[in-house]
Every structure is written in C-alpha cells, then in structure tokens.
Write a protein that binds this ligand. Structure first.
Ligand code: ADP
Ligand code: MG
Length: 258
C-alpha cells in the first residue's frame, strides 16, 4: 500500500522513533514514537515527572537520546552542528524547529525588539533592517508593538511569554515545541498567552504543546498524547482521550481536572 502511505510520509515534519533517554541509572523515556504532520497540533499531557519535558527536548535535540532517532522532513538528525546529505545537523534543525519554555529565557539586558531580532541576525545572518521588519511583524502579532523598546523586567509574565513566542516565530520555523508555557504565569495572564497559541493553531502552525491546560489542549489540538512513566500510555482524538479514555491511569489523571 505504498501509494497510500507515501504522501503521508512526505508530509511528516518531525518524527521521533523509539526514543530512549536515561539520566544515569534512571531510564526516563522507554521508547517513544511520535510523528507530526504538517499543520498538526499535538498536545502532550501527563503527570509531573512522566518525561514530557525530556521528550520534547529530545525532539529538538536539547537532550540527545540514548537510542532511537529524530528526523526532520525525512532527514535523520545527528548530534553535531553541521551535517549533510541524508542527515541533518543541530544548526539546521534549530532553524526549522522553534521552542518556547516555561521560564521565557529572554535576554534580560535586551529590549523586546533586540530579543526578537537576535536569532534572525546572528543565526540566520539577515540584514538588520530586514530582521527588524520581520520581528515587528511578529511582535505586533502577539500584541506588543508598543512594547518594542521595553526590557523584560518591565513586562508582565504574560507579555514576556508572548515575546518568547514572537522570538521563536521570527525564525520562521516549520514547527514549534511549547513546554508548559503558561505554568509559571499568574492565572489571570494565562488567557492572553493561550490566545496567541490558538491563533497560531488556526493559522496552521505545526506544534507540539506540553500543557496542563486540559480543556485548552482539547480545544486546539488534533491529537492528545498521554504520557505515563516514560511511555505513551494512550493517544487519540481530544474527544476520545478526554471523554472516553481506556487507560486507568489516564482516567485517574483526568479526574483531577474535574
Ligand atoms: P515532566 O516534564 O513530565 O514533568 P521530566 O521530563 O521533566 O518530566 O522528568 C522526567 C524524569 O526525569 C523525572 O524523574 C526527572 O527528575 C528526571 N530528569 C529530568 N531531567 C533530568 C536531568 N537533567 N538529570 C537527571 N534527571 C532528570
Ligand atoms: Mg516538564
């Protein structure tokens, strides 16, 4: 049935196969498989310590897996900055796959605009004027045009996180990985950040989001993955995973949110 599988394979942006990760004697990931199709939004849920962050970090090789492989548009990623041919190096992977973290990781001494043009100027070697144009586009998209000259310490947590999203978008990535990006925010600031993510989903951005916002995950994602103790315990449509789960641990996990 290659005629059926070939188009789907071509459309795969980022894929993880058999990912195993150990920290010393502790095996944190026991062989994770996850493929991300162009335009797809996958939400990863699961208890604290189940390996969600380790896995999403493996997807852009911030953690190098002990076994298994990551591929980007069919090219296997190798843990070296540069690579060629059938393989892809970390430099190129990071240009195509953006990541946003729980704790923003903005450069504290730089303005909003300087934070957002940093990648395009230093990594992509774009002329500054062009980088500023692109950056202002995304800064406006996340609703912070009037804050372009502010420093991070002059912003709320929600605004900082929106800058972090704009910074990732300014690299014009093929996919975005979001690791609990609302977990460090005061509850009243969560909505503005989720609103930005929702817009991205509607515009067709390919994304993996690790989140504790279960109803948001159900709402914006095409597929929900439940991780438990370093394994994918169940995955499926948001509706089935959240309303008709098979896995006992998933049922217990979801009961906490009702
Ligand atoms: P989650 O994001 O689901 O809360 P993590 O991926 O952060 O889970 O952690 C999974 C397990 O791996 C936990 O037991 C955690 O303590 C351990 N772990 C994560 N990072 C490291 C590290 N750098 N060194 C040692 N253990 C780690
Ligand atoms: Mg985590």
């Amino acid at each position: 049935m290659t005629s059926v599988t070939a188009p789907a394979a071509r459309d795969t942006v980022l894929a993880a196969r058999g990912i195993v990760k150990r920290f010393g004697a502790l095996t944190v990931l026991h062989g994770i498989d996850l493929s991300l199709t162009s335009g797809e939004v996958v939400a990863i849920i699961g208890p604290s310590g189940s390996g969600k962050s380790t896995f999403i970090r493996c997807m852009n090789m911030l953690e190098v897996p002990d076994a298994g492989e990551i591929s980007f548009r069919g090219r296997r990623v190798v843990p070296r900055f540069r690579a060629a041919g059938e393989t892809l190096g970390l430099g190129e992977l990071r240009r195509h796959v953006g990541m946003v973290f729980q704790h923003f990781n903005l450069f504290p001494h730089m303005s909003v605009l300087e934070n957002v043009i940093e990648g395009p100027v230093t990594v992509q070697r774009k002329p500054r004027a062009e980088a500023v144009d692109i950056a202002m586009d995304y800064i406006a998209k996340v609703g912070l045009a009037e804050k372009r000259d502010a420093r991070p310490d002059q912003l709320s947590g929600g605004q900082k996180q929106r800058v972090a999203i704009a910074r990732a978008l300014a690299m014009q990535p093929d996919a975005l990985l979001l690791d609990e990006i609302t977990s460090a925010l005061d509850p009243e600031l969560v909505g503005e950040v989720l609103g930005v993510v929702r817009n991205l989903a509607e515009q067709g951005m390919t994304m993996v989001l690790v989140t504790h916002e279960i109803s948001f995950a159900a709402d914006v994602s095409d597929r929900v993955v439940f991780m438990e103790a370093g394994r994918i315990a169940e995955e499926g449509s948001p509706d089935r995973i959240l309303h008709n789960p098979d896995n006992e641990r998933l049922k217990t996990f979801l009961a906490r949110f009702h």
